[in-house]
Ligand binder design. Structure first.
Ligand code: NI
Length: 278
């Protein structure tokens, strides 16, 4: 992500705008984001086809970077061809992460398919390490297994737990292990439970802002299609929770996004992450 801007702009660090929900107005949605100073969007694939679409979109749109990977809800095992394609994409200048990968025990109840999710997740953690890319992790109702895997297989990985939904204690543990936490629209919901309080108590240096478009629209758009411009509403809400200015919140979270996803600082981040863990 280029350097030549003021630090007041925002980055939507997690979106899915390659899919059919945006077929009618994808380029307009990117322009609407730019108009409210959301300068970059990181779009994530959730299978091989959407990963390919994400790479193409990043080639067409200067503001779009992307992650490639297989989402746990697909619960497939990687074929040698998939691994080859991921390795090839990893060399692409606009590919900044392996993701969206992880565990989803909310939608998946079958023990065998859950085991397959874990296998697919661990294999992609392994690939990300070999390819020197951070990972973007989906964790829904799988907090225990996620922490176990990150402490065993994920010790040398870096990345973000996207749409964080765990406890304050889990957040602290993940920060100690060097992970970033992604905060999305649900932080603005009236039934958000503990999330606003967790965000209020956490240091800002490992927080990323994300929309997860087209899902999880923040207030006042809840129930409608989400889009990258709305990361601004999340930023406004979080700056109020933290009692800091919008500009300061934007500068810090944008710096975090660039520290994690900027290829030139990636090796430095890995070193810092390791120091945090020791
Ligand atoms: Ni997502």
């Amino acid at each position: 992500m280029p350097d030549a801007y003021s630090s007041c702009f925002l980055v939507d660090t997690h979106a899915h705008i390659d899919g059919p929900e945006f077929d009618a107005d994808r380029h307009e949605a990117i322009a609407r984001a730019a108009a409210v100073d959301v300068r970059y969007i990181v779009n994530f694939g959730d299978d091989m086809a959407s990963s390919a679409r994400s790479v193409t979109l990043s080639e067409e749109e200067p503001a779009v970077f992307c992650g490639v990977g297989i989402h746990p809800n697909n619960a497939v095992l990687l074929t040698p061809e998939d691994e080859e394609a991921l390795a090839l994409w990893a060399k692409h200048p606009k590919v900044v992460a392996i993701g969206e990968i992880g565990l989803d025990y909310y939608w998946e109840k079958d023990p065998e398919r859950r085991a397959r999710q874990r296998q697919c997740f661990i294999r992609q953690l392994d690939l990300a390490r070999q390819l020197h890319l951070p990972v973007c992790i989906h964790d829904r109702e799988a907090h225990g297994d996620l922490l176990t895997i990150l402490k065993a297989e994920g010790r040398e990985n870096t990345g973000v737990i996207h749409c964080f939904s765990g406890s304050f204690e889990m957040a602290q543990e993940l920060l100690r292990l060097g992970w970033y936490l992604g905060i999305d629209g649900p932080v603005t919901y009236k039934n958000a439970a503990k999330l606003p309080d967790i965000v209020r108590r956490l240091p800002l240096d490992h927080i990323l802002l994300e929309t997860d478009s087209p899902y999880l629209s923040p207030l006042p758009y809840r129930g409608k299609r989400n889009e990258p411009a709305f990361v601004r509403n999340i930023a406004e809400f979080v700056s109020n929770i933290k009692g800091i200015s919008f500009a300061s919140l934007a500068a810090k979270t944008t710096a975090n996004a660039r520290r994690l996803y900027n290829p030139t600082t990636r090796s430095e981040e890995r070193r810092v992450g390791k120091e945090c863990r020791s």
